[in-house]
Write a protein that binds this ligand. Sequence first.
Ligand SMILES: NC(=O)c1ccc[n+]([C@@H]2O[C@H](COP(=O)([O-])OP(=O)(O)OC[C@H]3O[C@@H](n4cnc5c(N)ncnc54)[C@H](OP(=O)(O)O)[C@@H]3O)[C@@H](O)[C@H]2O)c1
Length: 297
Amino acid sequence: MILLIGSTGFMGPPVLKKLLEKDYETSCLIRASSNRSDLLNAAKSVGKKILLLTGTLQSPDSMISILKKADSVIYMVDLEYTNLLENFLDAAERSGLKRAVFISSTTVLIPQRSRVKNQKINSEKLIKKSGMDYTILRPTMIYGSKDDNNFSKMIGFIKKRGFFVTFGIGNNLIQPIYIEDVADSVTGILDNKKTHGKIYNIAGKNPLKYNDMLDIMRGKLKKQFKVIKLPLKFSKLLISIYAKISGNPSLTPEQIERMGIDKAYTYQEAIADFNFSPLSFENGIERLIKELEVKNL
Ligand SMILES: NC(=O)c1ccc[n+]([C@@H]2O[C@H](COP(=O)([O-])OP(=O)(O)OC[C@H]3O[C@@H](n4cnc5c(N)ncnc54)[C@H](OP(=O)(O)O)[C@@H]3O)[C@@H](O)[C@H]2O)c1
């Protein structure tokens, strides 16, 4: 049995669907409070049943009996939460679980100092030391469903308001990855021994300038929209003030700083080990726009 942990978020349902399509017997560890409707819908869409098992990463004991039944785990909880990962690794050791796939992020590769980056790096170190047959995937920014916090939100905003606000002049490189390519990677490495003990960066087909991404968006949306470009330094200052006032900001100065840097990655090892073959942004965004249109969003 494959056990998904952190499956009620954005990535969970597409990964679950892909596993079920490949006939893996799959269960999900969820908290009693978690919303399970997207998981159940994903299973229903491929005519399969899944088992939802209640447990929480806050308590290793709540996971032991569940982990004993699992052959492999796909761990999708943010590695920023090192304490939750430690609890999982503790429970995994006590239950004899050997194989797990972890979803990290290319955030660990950014040059800037950041608390989140450090926590993810610490988590990766713990995984490497765990003695498990691990594989770590590091995706770039993921997009491709109504639930992504990136392009689907951007498309919704543009459709409603007819303009978009960006930070910086837009010459920096980005390489977002389509969600299906992440899900395919997970199923591609699960039973692939070549990937044990390895870390892979995964990204969209080619890097592109932020401004070029906006042009592609205009073409695919068949809609002209104005772009208001705010200077990076000024935006950082503004967001620092907002972050202090808000206490729980939806945008942080760290995120603004990251928007200005190049985020382009090679993925040669992923091609060699599991035939990784990602979509271009043009194709991925076209699919997302169609999906949102079908759902009237
Ligand atoms: N989204 C992106 O663009 C992106 C890009 C690169 C890498 N990643 C990485 O990909 C992974 C998945 O991302 P995502 O966007 O799908 O995340 P997400 O939407 O934030 O989902 C997080 C999941 O973690 C679960 N969780 C949190 N605390 C838990 C606990 N104490 N016990 C059990 N489950 C708990 C949540 O369950 P509840 O429903 O109960 O809260 C939810 O299922 C993360 O590691 C993320 O860093 C994401």
